[in-house]
Design a binder for this molecule. Structure first.
Ligand code: GAL
Length: 414
């Protein structure tokens, strides 16, 4: 009798689309599929499982997340949003405006996020005052990674000016080594471009050009010089660069086929996952010039029904900003914690440089959002800029024409 009643109840529950078990569950959309990235996301998966959560993985391969964002759009349009999504910068606000994000303020307030997150980071996580995303880390974009043995064998130090970089590249090319490991994908072109732009424009003009979209700066002679340097960079990559994934470019530096890569510090996650030691096997130095380009990964929760999914969202959000997770995850990912109260003792020298430079540049007004990684601009504007960067990199377009095209593209995207 009792059993029959129970069976009837669960049949009703199931027919209403409710799950029979009420444990926290989450389907998580992310693009962390390289060696270092997969190791990092596994830390979250494990913590979620340890706390009774059932994780359904939805990885969408493709560095920089373009493919993941396309998959997200398709899921939301079909009325079947994932529970939690790797989402960052102004895209969080764009989805909020669509009315599809869940409010995670109760978790944020219960766990005192306002007290442990810097204002600049918290600002990206709030939508009209309520919390709509949970930050995982701070990645720095403007890094050069170098193969220590290759540089030593060729008598080259890590470059501190663009002239030094160019001189080193010429020397390496003459010795038969690919100077710059690069993957010809639009987001990787944009990553190199913004590092060059920060160096040659300086922090103030970078902000004017790629945060404020100031036309005079976009059309300036300094911007012509940025494209001149990009033309040089094009000459430093190998013949097979087109379409190559970023982690394969990192592997070229690891195995000595190439000397340098300009890439965010998820590249360090890749070196570490392969057992390489910073300062010994590979070297890190910020790209020449002032400033710090930040890229904060975060997760937004989508408005879904079902108590188990809502419990999953709350649990995930809580774990993501948790002290232990922020340490272990970032040790693997190559980034530094978003929380200010995580001890960095176990982190390597590149992470220490990152943390120090971030504080210094924040104090000096040169802490800037990465445009190439969706922190500075809305999708349409960032896309318009990247289209020009890629068109220039993959043709013999003059710098003057590229600058004109850049200004037109930005004006049309507004
Ligand atoms: C970035 C992301 C990083 C890393 C990289 C390559 O946009 O913020 O966490 O995954 O793409 O996939």
């Amino acid at each position: 009798m009792k059993l029959t009643a129970l069976a009837a109840v669960s049949a009703v529950a199931l027919s209403y689309g409710m799950s029979a078990s009420a444990g926290p569950e989450a389907e998580v959309l992310h693009w962390w599929t390289s060696g270092g990235e997969a190791k990092s996301v596994a830390v979250l998966q494990q913590e979620f499982a340890d706390n009774g959560g059932a994780w359904t993985d939805m990885p969408v391969a493709g560095g920089g997340g373009d493919a993941a964002m396309t998959a997200l759009r398709a899921r939301v349009l079909s009325g079947n949003a994932p529970t939690a999504v790797q989402l960052k910068g102004p895209a969080i606000q764009e989805w909020y405006e669509e009315g599809v994000l869940a409010d995670i303020s109760s978790v944020a307030e219960a766990n005192g996020w306002d007290k442990v997150l810097p204002d600049a980071i918290a600002g990206h996580m709030k939508c009209e005052g309520s919390w709509c995303a949970a930050p995982v880390n701070v990645h720095r974009i403007d890094w050069i990674w170098g193969n220590a043995d290759v540089l030593k064998a060729n008598g080259i130090e890590m470059p501190t000016t663009w002239d030094e970089f160019n001189a080193a590249a010429e020397k390496l090319a003459a010795a038969g080594i690919t100077p710059l490991a690069h993957g010809g994908q639009a987001w990787q072109d944009a990553t190199v471009f913004e590092a060059v732009a920060l160096g040659l424009l300086g922090a103030e003009d970078f902000r004017k050009a790629f945060v404020e979209l100031d036309m005079d700066t976009l059309k300036s002679d300094k911007m012509v010089a940025v494209f001149d340097q990009m033309r040089k960079m094009r000459g430093y990559v190998d013949d097979n660069f087109s379409g190559r994934d970023w982690n394969l470019a990192t592997a070229m530096v690891m195995n000595g086929e190439a000397a340098f890569q300009i890439m965010g510090d998820w590249a360090k996650g890749e070196f570490l996952a392969a057992g390489k030691v910073p300062g010994q096997d590979f070297l890190c130095v910020s790209t020449p010039g002032e400033g710090f380009l930040y890229n904060v990964d975060s997760f937004a929760m989508f408005d879904v029904s079902g108590d188990d999914k809502k419990a999953g969202q709350d649990l995930l959000a809580k774990l993501i900003v948790g002290q232990n997770f922020q340490k272990v995850f970032n040790l693997n990912k190559g980034s530094i914690p978003a929380r200010v109260d995580v001890a960095l003792d176990e982190f390597d020298s590149c992470a220490h440089t990152s943390a120090k430079d971030m504080t210094d540049s924040s104090n000096g007004g040169s802490l800037l959002p990465s445009y190439a990684h969706g922190m500075a601009l809305r999708g349409a504007q960032a896309g318009a800029i990247t289209d020009v960067v890629t068109a220039h990199f993959n043709s013999d377009m003059s710098s003057a024409d590229a600058v004109k095209m850049l200004a037109d593209a930005v004006a049309n995207s507004l």
